[in-house]
Design a protein around this ligand. Structure first.
Ligand SMILES: CC(C)(COP(=O)(O)OP(=O)(O)OC[C@H]1O[C@@H](n2cnc3c(N)ncnc32)[C@H](O)[C@@H]1OP(=O)(O)O)[C@@H](O)C(=O)NCCC(=O)NCCS
Length: 243
């Protein structure tokens, strides 16, 4: 499948409301209102609107939620809206969908094991605080877990002195899969752990029809994924107004 089709499949699996609007769809997971990525305005064609106008539309479409999320999925021209969103106090990021196409796995001596979902909770908390230092987690870990379980999450981790210090999470829908999370404890980066857990997740995906990973298009993890055989296929810009 294409990256767009995979992206749609993920929304279809988690969101209970997917409604068209003039330039795309509004997707909502009403059971999980604090899960930003599943309660958003998708802009699927050039809307000919300013960021301010899109933000105002998001205020209507996502009324009652604490966050606002607008995904600019039409490529050409979408970059131009970023400075304006940022000026309004929104965070923006360009994401890249990469598909696993080559078996370019360097061997790793590190022992990676499959662990229970809950075994890496401390690392998840660290990861959330790293991404959003000013946002309190409150009940989000339980929400995230429920969605992950819906998507058949499996967790591959490296332990040191018994405690997990790195993990990758594999999710799947139908015959396709995604490495939905890769995280290494800050004190243990740059030693090959990220490579080891990502490689183990690739192996665990086995003969999935497609294996995806979504990365920050302007970040360094993308290079690690490229070395492991992932190829960029599609980009979209996420604009997020934090609660
Ligand atoms: C990205 C991350 C998983 C890499 O783990 P790692 O164990 O440091 O990775 P490895 O040692 O196996 O490989 C190092 C490579 O990872 C990439 N990398 C990305 N961020 C890095 C960081 N903060 N420190 C070190 N390497 C990083 C680089 O490509 C690096 O290679 P380089 O040194 O040649 O540039 C880790 O930095 C992390 O957890 N970051 C925070 C969460 C995150 O960004 N996850 C990815 C979301 S798309």
């Amino acid at each position: 499948v294409s990256a767009q089709a995979w992206h749609r499949a993920v929304y279809a699996a988690v969101c209970d409301v997917i409604e068209p609007w003039a330039h795309g769809t509004v997707a909502r997971a009403t059971r999980y209102p604090t899960y930003w990525a599943f309660n958003l305005v998708r802009v699927e064609e050039d809307p000919g609107m300013t960021a301010g106008e899109l933000a105002a539309f998001a205020d209507e479409a996502l009324a009652g939620l604490e966050h606002r999320w607008v995904a600019l999925e039409y490529g050409e021209g979408s970059e131009e809206l970023r400075p304006e969103f940022q000026g309004l106090g929104w965070e923006t990021e360009r994401l890249v969908w990469m598909r696993h196409e080559a078996d370019a796995q360097p061997g790793s001596d590190l022992a990676v094991e499959e662990v229970d979902y809950g075994a890496v909770e401390e690392l998840r908390v660290l990861g959330h605080h790293e991404d959003f230092p000013d946002v309190e987690l409150r009940g989000f870990l339980a929400v995230e877990r429920e969605v992950a379980e819906l998507l058949g999450a499996r967790v591959l981790a490296v332990r040191e002195s018994g405690a997990p210090v790195a993990f990758a999470e594999l999710q799947n829908i139908g015959g396709s899969a995604e490495i939905a999370r890769v995280y290494v404890h800050p004190d243990h980066r740059g030693r090959g752990l990220g490579t080891a857990v990502t490689s183990a997740a690739i192996a665990a995906a086995g003969d999935a029809d497609d294996l995806w990973i979504v990365a920050d298009d302007e970040g360094r993890a993308k290079d690690l994924y490229a070395r492991l055989g992932f190829t960029p296929k599609w980009t979209a810009i996420q604009a997020l107004r934090l609660p």
